[in-house]
Ligand binder design. Structure first.
Ligand code: KDO
Length: 335
């Protein structure tokens, strides 16, 4: 039954129509969907930064579809997926890129990057241009921004009384889980340990069962992944101030308008900056929480670790792949 529309109802209807016409329309269907694959959790600060900063900034023309915990692509397979056109984005590592281009191992070398700000200066320096160009030209991946993962430390199942880690010699025979790529395994050996390759998503169970003796990740990851529940000590080796890159499909990038490109770049930089600040804040404030869960945290002989680790890289296959002068430029950008 159609009721006679009274004046008030008519006015309400006109206002509603007016609002609709004046741009309050529901968001237009997005032109495209940006998929992101990461082995990180949904609560990891890098994932949060992408969902809460990057996604809203590109929402005018792209939907955002993340796959956490390796659910979309297994750790270490994301770059190949982007290259094949099956994925838009990943939170990539220099170690994964070094599988394609060995020279990227310079950014994954122990005791090179000094802190988060150093990582940013290096990524934005012209020294990076040939690295970025090679990844675009040969892999079809554009490295948009550098993300801060944090200072990696040795985190063991054993108590300090059982295994006191002061120098690399103390890690002899320790079955240390490292991520699967060659550059990671090399770093594990350089620390003095016996590295075991394993995907990030399997580490908690492996620590819990004793399949591995330890792992190495920054304090925020130890908390986010709850490694403190299945380990008893952290030796603050700071052996790698670790980073990731926001990797983006070059094919998708080339399809964007100039404005869309600018928005995607700004969104990536904003997400990287947001995540960096949140990760640094967590890194500086989690030690007591971890200790309250029965994990002893202490500082080993850092000079012994730094000297030994750097010595392992000298003359290595990785160092042989580093372009002339790049390590000096990275060091010059340090503090
Ligand atoms: C890990 O597997 O230990 C690691 O920290 C390596 C990083 O490069 C990165 O892949 C990270 O895992 C994931 O993002 C999960 O935090």
């Amino acid at each position: 039954m159609i009721h006679k529309m009274n004046r008030r109802t008519a006015m309400s209807a006109l206002v509603a129509v007016g609002m609709f016409a004046a741009g309050a329309a529901p968001a237009a269907a997005a032109d495209m969907t940006f998929t992101l694959a990461t082995s990180g959790s949904e609560t990891d600060q890098r994932s949060v930064a992408m969902a809460e900063v990057f996604a809203p900034m590109v929402a005018g023309f792209a939907d955002y579809k993340p796959g956490y915990n390796g659910s979309m692509f297994a750790q270490g397979t994301e770059l190949d997926a982007i290259s094949r056109g099956n994925l838009t984005m990943s939170i990539a590592s220099a170690q994964e890129l070094a599988q394609f281009f060995p020279e990227f191992s310079i950014f994954a070398t122990g005791y090179v990057h000094q802190d988060a700000a150093h990582q940013v200066r290096v990524f934005n320096d012209p020294l990076m241009d040939p690295f970025k160009k090679k990844v675009e030209d040969e892999l079809g991946v554009k490295l948009l921004s550098v993300m801060y993962l944090g200072r990696r430390h040795v985190n063991l199942r054993f108590s300090r009384d059982e295994k006191n880690v002061m120098t690399p010699a103390d890690l002899a025979g320790v079955n240390l889980r490292m991520p699967g790529t060659d550059a990671w395994q090399f770093l594990g050996k350089a620390l003095g340990a016996a590295p075991t390759p394993m995907a990030f998503t399997e580490v908690y169970t492996a620590l819990s069962s004793g399949a591995v003796d330890g792992q190495d990740n920054p304090l925020p990851t130890v908390v986010d992944a709850k490694f403190y529940e299945v380990t008893k000590q952290i030796a603050l080796t700071s052996h790698l101030v670790d980073l990731n890159y926001i990797a983006f499909s070059k094919k998708t990038w080339d399809s964007l308008s100039a404005d869309q490109k600018m928005t995607v770049q700004r969104a990536a930089d904003a997400a990287a900056a947001y995540g960096r600040l949140k990760q640094l804040d967590k890194e500086n404030n989690l030690a007591d929480f971890i200790r309250s869960n029965g994990v002893e945290i202490y500082t080993p002989d850092l000079d012994a670790f730094r000297t030994h680790v750097q010595g392992q890289y000298v003359g290595s296959e990785f160092a042989a792949s580093w372009p002339e002068g790049v390590l000096e430029k990275i060091n010059a950008l340090g503090n």
